[in-house]
Design a protein around this ligand. Structure first.
Ligand SMILES: [Zn+2]
Ligand SMILES: [Zn+2]
Length: 419
């Protein structure tokens, strides 16, 4: 699908990766393992929902800069491991210190199959960062990243679908983690009820590299440069995300740092300091004060975009649908189509922009703003690249056939035309 547009270079292979070690592995293996991760859409909105949507839209300022007054752009780091996981050495305090230093608004710590830090009462504000605790569950069908759960889930006893259902029963939300990561690929695509998918996972991307190159780079280069060198567009997760949306309806795409900082030979590998710049997920939240519920709600609604910020900050990115200058939808929203709608993109820096509609790249441009007509209903999202590397992935805006135009299922068939 999107591999067709040439701005991205070549697609990715699926290189293997060793399983997590039981005892301390060799340095070469460590270098490899450090990165190892270990609402159905209604076809037409009912009129009350449409009016409510329009009322919300009317309240929005008509320009993207005004939109910022309605939604705060909070930057977060999702999918972080600490020394509670068998394959990481970084501590809870290391996470807090690094997040504070980088002005990260929120972090979700998701150690393997445990809510340890939640039980220890550590969820909450630490400095200027809200730390939330979830768990990365090793389900039979793959790793499932859960947030907002309060009880540990018995993965041994439950099927993959039951793990997803139990997460929802607890009021939590969950995401399919690194779906194409070798040896931890997601295997059960029959599941339903998940909230989204990791469209970018640092561990998956970096572990696809040749192992020797990985080792040499990590030992000899500033690690920022190393990670920059291995960054690639996540073709398979993006294609799968588009296909899942076509099948299930809206699903939120998130970026996962999957940070496993560990220490060996006096060196800190995959340091939080670098990983926390690598894959970030920004959330649009209407509240002046960030709360756990505000984060979970934005994630459920897809009010989110993913950014790689090793070189360039992404805050200030907006992707909206406008009607005569009035914002009627942001990322994650469902918008009834009308012929006057326009898509608008604003960026904090010039980039190569690609518009994706229903999984197909349909248009590109270069600039820090884009204003283009919205020709038809569809699932629209935007990708931005700088320095020939991925930079920003928006969540989609779901533009649907307007209720007034949709054929009623009870309407009699049109009489056949007579010649
Ligand atoms: Zn994992
Ligand atoms: Zn992980």
């Amino acid at each position: 699908m999107t591999q067709g547009h040439g701005a991205w270079g070549t697609g990715r292979g699926q290189a293997g990766c060793p399983s997590p070690p039981v005892s301390r592995p060799s340095p070469l293996l460590l270098v490899c393992l450090v990165l190892a991760g270990c609402s159905t859409v209604p076809l037409a909105l009912p009129l009350p929902a449409r009016r409510a949507l329009q009322a919300v839209a009317t309240a929005l300022h008509p320009t993207p800069s005004g939109l910022a007054h309605q939604y705060q752009d909070y930057v977060g780091v999702l999918h972080v491991h600490t020394d509670v996981s068998h394959d990481a050495d970084g501590t809870f305090d290391d996470v807090v210190r690094t997040a504070n230093a980088h002005a990260i608004d929120f972090v979700t710590i998701t150690d393997h199959n445990t809510l340890h830090h939640l039980r220890e009462g550590r969820q909450g504000w630490h400095g200027a960062t809200l730390i939330l605790v979830g768990s990365e569950i090793s389900a039979r069908g793959g790793h499932y990243l859960t947030l907002g759960i309060t009880e540990e889930i018995d993965r041994e006893r439950l099927t993959t679908q039951q793990v997803i259902d139990e997460t929802a029963r607890q009021g939590g939300l969950g995401f399919i983690a690194h779906p194409y990561f070798a040896k931890r690929r997601w295997a059960d695509w029959s599941v339903t009820g998940f909230n989204g998918i990791e469209i970018y996972n640092v561990a998956h991307d970096t572990m696809d590299e040749h192992k020797l190159r990985l080792a040499v780079w990590a030992l000899t280069s500033p690690q920022d440069l190393f990670f920059w060198s291995v960054l690639n567009r996540p073709y398979d997760p993006l294609r799968t995300w588009d296909e899942l949306i076509a099948r299930h309806g809206p699903l939120t795409g998130i970026g996962a740092t999957d940070a496993h900082e560990f220490h060996a030979l006096g060196i800190t590998f995959a340091p939080y300091d670098v990983m926390f710049k690598f894959a970030r997920t920004h959330l649009l939240v209407p509240d002046e004060t960030l709360t756990a519920e505000g984060i979970y709600t934005a994630l459920r609604q897809g009010h989110a975009y993913v950014a790689v910020e090793l070189l360039d900050q992404a805050k200030g990115f907006t992707f909206t649908v406008e009607d005569h200058g009035r914002v009627v939808g942001v990322m994650g929203d469902m918008v009834p189509w009308s012929p006057d709608l326009r898509l608008r993109v604003h960026l904090p820096a010039t980039a190569l922009l690609t518009l994706v509609r229903d999984g197909q790249a349909v248009q590109t441009t270069i600039g820090d703003a884009w204003d283009l007509p919205l020709p038809a209903p569809g699932v629209y999202r935007v990708e931005a690249a700088r320095h020939n590397k991925p930079w920003i992935f928006s969540n989609p805006i779901y533009v649907q056939t307007a209720p007034d135009d949709a054929p009623s299922p009870d309407a009699p068939p049109e009489p056949a035309a007579t010649p």
